[in-house]
Structure formats: C-alpha cells, structure tokens
Design a protein around this ligand. Sequence first.
Ligand code: SF4
Length: 505
Amino acid sequence: MKIPKRPTVIIRSCPTYDTAVIEQIIREGLETLDLTPSGRTLVKPNLVAAGEFFPHAHTRPEFGEGVLRALKARGGDAITELAVGERCGITIPTRMAFRDSGFSKMIESLDGIETYYFEESSQVEIPLTHPERLRDYVFTPEPVARADFFVNMPKFKAHPWTTVTFSMKNYIGIQDDRHRLIDHDHRLNEKIADLQFIIQPQFIAIDAITAGEGRMLTPTPRDLGLIIMGNSQVAFDAVCCNIIGVDPLSVDHIRLTSEYGFGSTNIEDIEIVGDVTLAEAQERAQGFEVGLIRVEEYFEGSKITAYAGPPPDEEHSNYCWGGCPGAIEEGIEILRQYDHETDEKMPKMHVVFGNYQGNIDAAPGEKVIFIGDCCQWEGELGGELVQIKSTYTHRAAKDPHKVKHEDIYSKMLKTNTKLARAKKSTHVRLEGCPVSVAEHALALVNLGKLKNPYLDPTQAIAFNKSYLSWRGRTTLNRLMGKKYQQHGSYADRGKAQPVLPDSDE
Ligand code: SF4
C-alpha cells in the first residue's frame, strides 16, 4: 500500500443522521479521492459497546448504511463481496453489539451484505519486521487479512487511555480477545502503531455527527455535525486532533505511526477540502473534553481511593495508560449506567496499581485491592505486615499462539471466588495483565453489592443466545482446523508495509 504523497482529508457538514444525506456525502468523498471499491470490500465500524446504556459509544447504523450504499453505488460489479466486520468490547459477543447498535437490522435491510464477527473468524498470523516492533508477529481475523478494499469507519471519541479514538485506535477491534489483550498495557500505543502494519484503509469515514466527549464507553454526546473522510490514516487522525485542539504528536500511537513511515502529521502536508474549513470545525469542537485522566484524580471525592506506582519498563512510562488503571475507570462507568446508586452503595476501599511505594491510608474494615500482575507494595494493614510481590511476565515470554480465551462466566467465577476467600482479609489481589474492564466491573459489583450488568434479566436471553452461537462457531472452527492460519497469501496481500510517498494513490 502506498502512502499518498499529499494525503487528502475532507471535512463535510452533516447535521443529522439522515441516511440519504450521508450516502450523498460519502459518494462525493469517494469521487473527490478518486476511489473505487473493488474485490473484497470490508467495512470496519466501531461497535465497542451498544444498546440502551451505550448510545454514543458506537458508529451509528444510519452512518453505516450511508457508507455501504455509497460504496455499493460507486463500486458496482467491481465489488465481489461487501462486508461489515468488527470485534466489539471483549467478553461481549459481537453478535450482541451488531444487534443492539441496529447494525444487524440495517444490514438485513440491504441486499447481499456479509457480516463478520471477528472473534468467530479464523485468525491469520502477520509477520512484523520493523525494528521498533513489540513482537515478531500479530494475529488478525482472516476477513481483515484478505480484504482488497478496506474501509475504516470509526466514531469520533475521546479515550481514557490514548486521549482520542479516531481512525488508528479503531484497529484495536481487528483482533479477537486473546490477541487484543496481549500488550494492552503501558505499551498500548506501540501495539496500536504495530497493528497499522496489518492493513491500511483505502478509505476512512468517521461518524462525527454526534461525537463522544470525555470517555469511550459512556461518553457525553457532543453534536459536531461533521463527517470527515480521508485516504491516509496518519493525516486523518492528525486533522481530527487539530479539530479538537490536541497536538497529534502528543498522542503516542499517532506519533509512532508517523515515525514508522505512514505519513506526516503536519497540517501543511495535508490537503484539507470540503464545505467546512478546519477553522470552522475547530469552532464547532471548542472545549472538546478528551479522556486522559490518572486514576488517582479520577476517583478523587469518591469512596474509592486510588494509588498508582509505575508499571515495568519505567523508561517507557511512569504510568500504565493502556492497562488496569484505565480499565477500572471504564468498569465503574458501566456500573453507573446500570445502577444509579453505584457510588452510594460502594463501601470505602483502596485500589493500588503498579509499583506503589507510598502509604495506604486504610481505616479498619476498608478493603485494599491490589490490581494487576505488576502490582508491588509492602507495608502494614490492620496491624499486620503485607508484602505484595510482582508476578509480571515480560511480554517476550507471552506467545500469541498459546494464549487462551477466557470467557465472562469463567471471569465471574474466578473473581467471585477470590473475593469470597478474601472476605475477612484486609486485602485482595486481582491478577492479570491487564485486569480487564469486565473483571474490574465484576469485582466492584461483588464489593458494592451492585446490579450485575452481565446478569441483567432484560439482556440475559439475548446474551446467552449470542454467546452460545459464538462459542459454537469457534468450536466448529477448531474441529475443522481453522483456529489459526499461518502467514500465507492473504497476509501477503493484507500486510501494509509503508511505502514512502513516491506517487499519489
Ligand atoms: S498489570 Fe496492569 S498496570 Fe501492570 S503493566 Fe499490566 S496492564 Fe499495566
């Protein structure tokens, strides 16, 4: 894939989710960029979470419909397969996210659109060779690796771990749970940059009609009334950052991807066109709240007191932006949606991350939770010496071929058993690297006697139906020997070694 010498980003005004208007804007965008979809055309939305409690977390189906219609009209018979594929937030079946977001219904209403739930697809190994890589290969679902024309269709949102989630961050959904959680720690930005080598989108269209401020799962809606399109991922994210007044080089995955040769973040190097100028877009987004907030500050004024020491590899970061501390923030935000009394019900407690060497000011009866494999602490709790040692395993010792899937029911059993055993203890240790959003939520449900969103009776039947279909499909894949495919012809086609700009695409 060639990175355009002078990439183009189109900023268009679109005040409503009118499918016909969206389709027209996308058609014009494809024309401006001189792009014609052909072959296997795969659209990747952001459906991280959906349904009643997450209305602003995902790309809206009206937006998806407009994009699919425009691609169909532009590509015609040159398209051999038009598909939508995604892996939503881990532990939730992606089938649920398609259903709850309205994507399933929308896709059914159109003719001949294929759907891929990436955690149910066989996984293809893609080798990485750039010197800065975290590991020598990564896995991605087969539909991604074999796509001829890849369309990235994210939602314009803030993110608590990576400041923003625009185009590049949407790639976290091109891995299944097992592979997604590998390196989802203090090196998350490097992981995202590495994922760029799997495939580059020919076309990007972001849903910024109603954007999401502050958080990624439960953001505050912000009407920007914009559709932004582009043909280069770095340029695209750089323009989106500029719209909200964030320096793109301050977002590590954007800076790294640019350094790896995927294009410049300099606005002077980007052709910005459309019926909204950059200045006008900036005006609409004035004061846009991004999500980066340390866990100690996040819990200030609540019944939870947080302490965060540095993760391993201190030379890279003195805070784990991609792992456990951010996951607990998202976990409690989910619980607040399901149970409005979450903060009142929560007992006073203390949560500790990383190599924390300071005091823990826990009164009698207040539980201390040491979170994550890298957690270390030594001191007195309830008059007794407590020594928490790091069990962190270096990433070099984690083999993506051998990593196992852990589903929500086993996480629930593990978390509840651990907390039950530690009922009378001053403290408890939650293991994992990372401890996922779901595990944090389950632990808080247990400690605060909160409503368990995973056992919500209004969702239970649909959840279990989707869950059984997912597990049934992956079992079938395994029986057919399709669990993994080694690097082969698909990967050769999908692999996106950047080619320095020598021509326009
Ligand atoms: S255990 Fe958690 S906090 Fe520690 S490095 Fe892993 S993800 Fe980060």
